[in-house]
Design a protein around this ligand. Structure first.
Ligand SMILES: NC(=O)c1ccc[n+]([C@@H]2O[C@H](COP(=O)([O-])OP(=O)(O)OC[C@H]3O[C@@H](n4cnc5c(N)ncnc54)[C@H](O)[C@@H]3O)[C@@H](O)[C@H]2O)c1
Ligand SMILES: N[C@@H](CCO)C(=O)O
Ligand code: NA
Length: 441
């Protein structure tokens, strides 16, 4: 006979009952027994903080669970799930939860990328667990594999499609020839893009996720200010069509990689920008609003994690994984480490990155043009990998112009950017029609 006392219930407070929060509440209630068995103690949802009590919600919750008093709820919980989003009051409530010794689970990438270092320090100091698997690539288990499964390896590079809205838009442009504005409209009609899609299309959302991925991959705290980012608003249908002709696809990639600085010491470059990828690259096959993260590690080699990066139920899966994990730690004792910060690698700016460029130029069709252009590439130490020239009629007099598409070998971003600036000033150049970085070659 088992005479030990049953474990006391773990009290869970949920802050926010929107797209993700409502699904977390639903699953916590519906699957309480299974989740409790896995955690080793009953999981009790003690309250859900909302802004208005009588709002229309996706799920029906038992009477008495909803409250407007988030602060009191937090003060009486063992685990606080923050799914309100935004900076305040999310940050103050998380700090309050930590102060009370509660474990915190959040999906708030915007807050973590901006104020994560402060929150992680407070959690460490209080000995409580702060987990946020939902914050990067929604349902995809990626943070815990990086933090735990790969903690015996050395990650050298992470390439991620971590924003579903922009992947959907770029995929539509690629598969239907749509213009950016039309693809964005379709994404909005289907509910992928928000009414204000700025954070997605300008790259902020992916940049926040890049900062989190870089921090865990390189054991050093990086914040949004360390991330160079560009969105997809200037990617044209022509860019996508030309890329397709050359065997590439355009993806918005979040890239975090180990680099040498000028003296050869380690540094980390973190960036987000539209990127040309060969169609044979595994990330090129990530279609629609799906997400994927491609990890390169010294011993494991190449790994890819794929799945749904957003949506209430998929994201709730990641949140509840964190909840069960935090509850297990409570049952077993000790907070468990959520991240390590012993790497001390500095963040390097975009100039220190080594990448390739694909440059499309409209040039005058006359002798010596290629020589002038290639001289500038050579002067900047940039080697050309491929060059394709197309001659087009430009006037009724039979005159012609040429379009050149040059793909470079990897070179320092600073040298590539200087080359483009200088080439643009040549008189024989009528337009620099696009400049896109290339990865995976
Ligand atoms: N939706 C997704 O697919 C997804 C995926 C990954 C991460 N996330 C993150 O999860 C979080 C929640 O996202 P969501 O899509 O569920 O957002 P949402 O806007 O649907 O839900 C947020 C809810 O919080 C409530 N709220 C805001 N301030 C509040 C306050 N002071 N007190 C009580 N309630 C308050 C809002 O009324 C709303 O119901 C965000 O940080 C988001 O970035 C969302
Ligand atoms: N807006 C985000 C939601 C998930 O973080 C996306 O499009 O991927
Ligand atoms: Na995730």
């Amino acid at each position: 006979m088992n005479t030990s006392t049953p474990p006391s219930p773990i009290r869970i407070a949920l802050l926010g009952c929107g797209t993700v929060g409502s699904q977390v509440a639903r699953i916590l209630l519906a699957d309480a027994e299974d989740l409790g068995n896995r955690a080793g103690a009953p999981l009790e949802l003690v309250g859900v903080a909302v802004r208005t009590l009588d709002a229309q919600r996706d799920v029906e919750l038992p009477d008495g669970l909803l409250t407007l008093d988030a602060e009191s709820l937090v003060a009486n919980a063992d685990i606080v799930i923050e799914l309100m989003g935004g900076m305040e009051p999310a940050k103050s409530l998380i700090l309050r939860a930590i102060d009370h010794g509660a474990a915190v689970v959040s999906g708030n990438k915007a807050l973590l990328a901006q104020d994560g270092p402060e929150l992680y320090e407070q959690a460490d100091a209080a000995g409580v667990q702060l987990s946020y698997e939902a914050a990067v690539a929604g349902a995809i288990p990626i943070l815990r594999p990086i933090r735990d499964s790969l903690s015996g390896d050395r990650i050298t590079r992470v390439l991620g499609i971590v924003n579903g809205t922009t992947n959907y838009i770029l995929d539509q442009m690629d598969s239907t020839g749509a213009r950016f504005a039309d693809a964005l409209k379709t994404a909005q009609d289907l509910g992928y893009a928000e009414a204000d899609p700025t954070a997605d299309i300008e790259g902020h959302d992916a940049a926040a996720k890049a900062a989190i991925l870089a921090s865990l991959s390189f054991h050093t705290r990086f914040a949004l200010e360390n991330v160079f980012f560009e969105g997809i608003t200037s990617v044209t249908a022509q860019d996508i069509a030309s890329a397709a002709e050359d065997g590439y696809v355009v993806k918005l990639l979040a890239i975090a990689e180990l680099l040498g600085d000028a003296s050869g010491a380690d540094g980390v470059g973190v960036r987000v920008h539209p990127t040309l990828l060969p169609r044979s690259h595994p990330l090129a096959a990530v279609r629609g609003a799906f997400n994927a993260v491609f990890v390169e590690a010294e011993n494991a080699g190449e790994l890819m994690f794929y799945g749904q990066g957003a949506g209430g139920t998929p994201t709730a899966s990641a949140v509840l994984g964190d909840v069960v994990s935090a509850a297990r730690r409570m049952v077993l004792g000790g907070p468990g480490r959520t991240e390590t910060t012993t790497g001390h690698v500095p963040a390097l700016g975009i100039d220190a990155v080594r990448t390739s460029y694909c440059i499309a130029l409209q040039v005058v069709d006359e002798p010596g043009v290629l020589a002038q252009i290639s001289r500038l590439f050579a002067a900047n130490g940039v080697s050309i990998e491929t060059m394709r020239q197309r001659i087009r009629p430009s006037g009724p007099d039979g005159s012609t112009t040429a379009e050149l598409r040059i793909v470079t070998h990897r070179a320092l971003e600073a040298s590539l950017a200087a080359t483009v600036r200088q080439v643009a000033e040549l008189e024989v150049i009528t337009a620099v029609s696009s400049v896109l970085r290339v990865e995976g070659i």
